[in-house]
Write a protein that binds this ligand. Structure first.
Ligand code: MSP
Length: 511
């Protein structure tokens, strides 16, 4: 039986249109999900939208819409982005769905029945934008440490006994050293806990756009408790009650941006422990994108629109850039100029050129067909071995979430392939040794095939296109390279982009 794995994106706030930062988390998960499927796993992959809370209620009021109308519209933008980015998710969850409301209320009752919820009163400085309370001592220049405006508020509210989990959490991290990736984030969480954990307020009475607390509907459930529970909803809880014996849950990986690690690596395991469910297997965190050197913001007009990139340059090019530019875990800068340079130098000049020149050479000078050679030269064997080790190294890196290194290793394979062709010179062999010319073309094409298979998780569209043009059915990809190859309707992969036309490209969101 296939080993199961459950991969999740965070669920996205619906207060603004999706931008390149959101696309990033989703693409990272998709690449990992496709890689796992390629390795033979049975993958469940979910994404969705996080739709409750005061901020969203307020945004709807501003537009004279009901929260339901407002969330329907923005959630649809996130959902519609998925096919544009070529995302292979199995589920799309909205926190306003009935199935989710049931799960959250069931989960709440469990926490309550197990004695981890009590009614109290909350006093403190509330940051509406980030939906979090802070003590006076935590404020920075009159604002919350997250940068939001704050108001002093007193409200009756339910608390979760987070303080009871200090030792349990520390023991859990100790026993599961890989739970938080990368290690630097793990250290941050551990030192945060060592400063002492306070109980967490988990209900609100100052607005109504949320999931009602069971038996006390003046209160709505705190958005983070609501949102985190989406992972269980997707995995069929509470009908599928025994999550500790569920192989998806036991192998679940939550991919998250660095700013939400605390919610996933600390609150979430504590909530789960309180109802007797094991924490997920791993929390994997990534860094943040700046845009053209600055924080992305509507007022600067530098919000990069993923849909526009896909329309102009194709989803594969965007997926490639997102993973190649940013060392996973670090912050980085998204720039159109740099995007085009990477596209031209790697996708057009190196990989695209390799594929296009071999395929068109076979069409023109080998009657569209190549056969497996009877014998291979030392050069052929060395070349094949070199590519094999590039691919092995690439896979070792992707397993550790080093997506940029995985691509770097495959780029080495493009370079080696172009070098092999340049050394073997099939264009000269055409006049001196046609048999050897065909052998060289076959050997190169076989390695193009291997590299293309390895690239598939990042660039599924062009991989499929290439395989089709060498007559290989997509369902047979990853199988042994056929001994006869016939070229059919080749299409040019990754035509060059004219950088002189850069002003022409409209890549920013309009509003
Ligand atoms: N709704 C919460 C998550 C709840 S999960 C139970 C949330 N939503 S979010 O829309 O603000 O962010 C979702 C994801 O987008 C996060 O992983 C976040 O890091 C990512 N990004 C949003 N802007 C980003 C950048 N500029 N750069 C990289 N990723 C960023 O948090």
């Amino acid at each position: 039986m296939k080993q199961k794995i459950f991969i999740t994106t965070p669920i996205y706030y619906v207060n603004a249109k999706p931008h390149i930062g959101h696309a990033y988390t989703t693409v990272v998960c998709d690449v990992y999900a496709r890689f796992c499927r390629m390795m033979g796993y049975d993958v469940k992959f979910s994404t969705g939208t996080d739709e409750h809370g005061k901020k969203i209620e307020q945004s709807a009021i501003k537009l004279n819409e009901t929260p339901k109308e407002f969330t329907n519209n923005i959630s649809k933008l996130f959902r519609d982005l998925l096919p544009v980015l070529n995302i292979s998710n199995d589920d799309f969850i909205r926190t306003t769905e009935e199935r989710h409301i049931n799960t959250v209320q069931h989960f709440w009752n469990k926490l309550y029945d197990n004695g981890y919820i009590y009614l109290g009163e909350y006093k403190g400085w509330y940051d509406i934008r980030n939906e979090a309370y802070f003590d006076e001592s935590e404020l920075v220049d009159g604002k919350s440490p997250l940068g939001g405006e704050v108001t002093y508020m007193i409200e009756p509210c339910y608390f979760f006994k987070l303080s009871a989990f200090e030792d349990k959490l520390l023991k859990f991290y100790e026993e599961n050293p890989e739970f938080i990736f990368p290690i630097s984030r793990r250290n941050e969480i551990i030192s945060f806990i060592k400063q002492g954990l306070k109980d967490l307020s988990i209900s609100r009475t100052t607005f109504s756009w949320g999931i009602p607390v069971p038996n006390d509907p003046k209160h709505v459930v705190y958005v983070w408790l609501d949102a985190l529970t989406n992972y269980l909803t997707v995995n069929g809880y509470p009908e599928n009650e025994d999550q500790n014996n569920d192989n998806y849950w036991q192998n679940s990986i939550h991919f998250v941006g660095k700013e939400i690690v605390r919610f996933h690596a600390l609150y979430w395991p504590a909530f789960l422990m309180a109802v007797g469910i094991n924490p997920p297997k791993q929390i994997v965190s990534h860094g943040w994108w700046l845009s053209e050197g600055e924080k992305m913001s509507k007022s600067l007009g530098n919000v990069q629109d993923p849909v526009k990139y896909c329309k102009l340059f194709g989803s594969d090019a965007l997926r490639y850039y997102l993973l190649r530019e940013l060392p996973f875990g670090a912050d980085g800068n998204f720039s159109l100029n740099n995007f085009i340079n990477r596209y031209n130098s790697v996708l057009a000049n190196s990989y695209g050129n390799l594929c296009n020149r071999v395929i068109s050479f076979i069409s023109k000078y080998a009657n569209n067909t190549v056969h497996k050679p009877f014998t291979f030269t030392d050069d052929d064997i060395n070349f094949s071995n070199q590519i094999k080790s590039c691919i092995e190294e690439a896979f070792d890196n992707i397993k550790n979430y080093s997506f940029h290194k995985y691509l770097e290793k495959l780029e080495n394979a493009f370079t080696l392939s172009n070098q092999y062709l340049d050394n073997q010179k099939p264009w000269l062999l055409r006049n001196s040794d046609v048999k050897r010319m065909e052998d060289v073309l076959y050997v190169t094409l076989e390695q193009i095939y291997n590299i293309t298979n390895a690239l598939y998780p990042v660039m599924p569209m062009s991989s499929e296109k290439l395989l089709k043009s060498i007559g290989i059915d997509i369902n047979n990809m990853h199988s042994e390279f056929p001994s006869i190859i016939q070229i059919v309707n080749p299409e040019v992969l990754f035509p060059r982009i004219d950088i002189n036309n850069i002003e022409k490209f409209d890549v920013y969101a309009n509003n």
